[in-house]
Design a protein around this ligand. Structure first.
Ligand SMILES: Cc1cc2nc3c(=O)[nH]c(=O)nc-3n(C[C@H](O)[C@H](O)[C@H](O)COP(=O)(O)OP(=O)(O)OC[C@H]3O[C@@H](n4cnc5c(N)ncnc54)[C@H](O)[C@@H]3O)c2cc1C
Length: 151
């Protein structure tokens, strides 16, 4: 990383960002053309979990190319100044790459959905089995992970 002063090397700090952020920008490769989709997610044991409809462009792409990248950020804060060049954005962010697989089995899907729900609420909520049947889970096994913090 060019700005090594901003690099986060502590895995626990990187995982803290993953656990606190709200949205994942998932990067896919559609026959050489980049396609980035904002999604909600859950994180556990080196994997990201994303729920999705069974059809659509991102699922079509993933069925052909399981290589993904992702960007996740939080703590964004805009600092203003009298001078244009002194305006800046503070942030904590994570970027990574990994391999995606699609989970379609009911038990594994419910486990992944619980992980996603736990990311957003401590309340243990029930799932509607008919709705669980309609979704697929994208599981991303993370290969590389870097963290960066400004401010
Ligand atoms: C904050 C946030 C959280 C989300 N969380 C989830 C989630 O957890 N799971 C999930 O599956 N989806 C989520 N979505 C919706 C997601 O971004 C996609 O719209 C959706 O997954 C459909 O993607 P697709 O590739 O199947 O698109 P398709 O329905 O196949 O549509 C293809 C085309 O529609 C356009 N398009 C698709 N999505 C968007 C978009 N978001 N904005 C503008 N244009 C778009 C693009 O031009 C794309 O080429 C979220 C969106 C936001 C903004």
């Amino acid at each position: 990383m060019r700005r090594s002063d901003k690099e986060i090397t502590d895995r626990a700090e990187i995982e803290d960002i993953l656990n606190r952020a709200v949205v994942c920008h998932l990067g896919l490769c559609d026959n050489g053309i980049p396609y980035v989709v904002p999604v909600n997610y859950g994180y556990a044991d080196g994997c990201l979990y994303i729920h999705s409809a069974k059809e659509g462009r991102k699922i079509d792409i993933l069925r052909n190319n399981s290589n993904v990248s992702f960007t996740i950020y939080t703590d964004e804060n805009l600092f203003r100044s009298e001078m244009a060049c002194n305006w800046t954005m503070k942030y904590s962010s994570v970027m990574g790459t990994g391999r995606a697989s699609l989970i379609e089995g009911r038990t594994e899907k419910e486990e992944a959905l619980r992980c996603i729900m736990q990311h957003y609420t401590e309340t243990n909520l029930d799932f509607n089995p008919a709705k669980v049947d309609k979704v697929v889970i994208i599981k991303i096994e993370i290969d590389t992970l870097t963290g960066k913090k400004s401010g």
